[in-house]
Design a protein around this ligand. Structure first.
Ligand code: AMP
Length: 219
């Protein structure tokens, strides 16, 4: 059987990065977070980073051309199956991805992590991320461990994780990613997963969905 291709959809702080990295590791798939890649470009001061910087600072989506440049460049080089965290985020991006994938597009799965807004806001306040490998955990874990448990890197509060920025990103998710959800739903590629629960419990459901089962309930 061909390796799976998986797109993870969800509001900011719904757990896409955490679940995506675990899934890629477990199923031996390549992993791309367009958000993380954009933050890297900003830090490196590249031309793309300079174009993206203002959008990220305000919690707005970057223009489709920038997101597509990152994702398609990466996909051209990827071998085997993959997990995409945070791409596509607009209908135009989803359609471009389908064009790029051709027949392979039909067997791709889109997994939507569903979580209510109050929990998302709580997670944003608590979230800490490794500057090197983008491991993500809570403030409590960061204080306990002192450094990243995965690579020893520094754990920091993401600069775009303030509440107003979160609300802007959430609004963009509802308005611009809502049509992507409908698009995958209407082409029978969408799987909804309850994102509430421990990382392990949600992951069990995500993994089951990827392997074909799909009750979508984390326990
Ligand atoms: P994330 O790390 O997935 O939360 O993404 C952080 C930020 O990067 C988002 O709030 C957007 O500003 C930007 N971003 C990431 N992926 C995309 C995309 N596919 N399209 C537009 N903007 C994106």
């Amino acid at each position: 059987m061909a390796d799976p291709d998986i797109v993870l959809l969800g509001a900011p702080a719904s757990g896409k990065g955490t679940q995506g990295r675990k899934l890629a590791q477990e199923l031996n798939l390549s992993f791309l977070s367009t958000g993380k890649q954009l933050r890297r470009e900003v830090e490196a001061g590249s031309e793309l980073g300079r174009e993206a910087e203002g959008y990220l600072a305000q919690g707005q989506y970057v223009p489709d051309s920038l997101a597509l440049a990152i994702a398609l460049k990466w996909l051209r080089k990827a071998t085997g199956g993959w997990v995409l965290d945070g791409f596509p985020r607009t209908l135009a991006q989803a359609q471009e991805l389908d064009d790029f994938l051709k027949q392979r597009a039909q067997r791709m799965k889109a997994i939507l992590l569903e979580i209510h807004t109050a929990e998302l806001e709580r997670r944003v306040r608590e979230r800490r991320e490794c500057v090197s490998c983008s491991w993500t955990g809570t403030r409590e874990q960061a204080e306990e461990m002192g450094s990243c448990p995965s690579c020893g890197g520094k754990l920091v509060y993401r600069s775009d994780d303030n509440l107003q920025n979160f609300r802007n990103r959430h609004q963009a998710f509802v308005e611009l990613t809502g049509p992507v959800i409908d698009y995958y739903d209407s082409s029978q590629r969408l799987q909804r997963v309850n994102g509430l629960g421990s990382v392990e419990a949600v992951f069990e459901t995500v993994r089951a969905v990827c392997k074909g089962g799909n009750d979508g309930q984390a326990t």
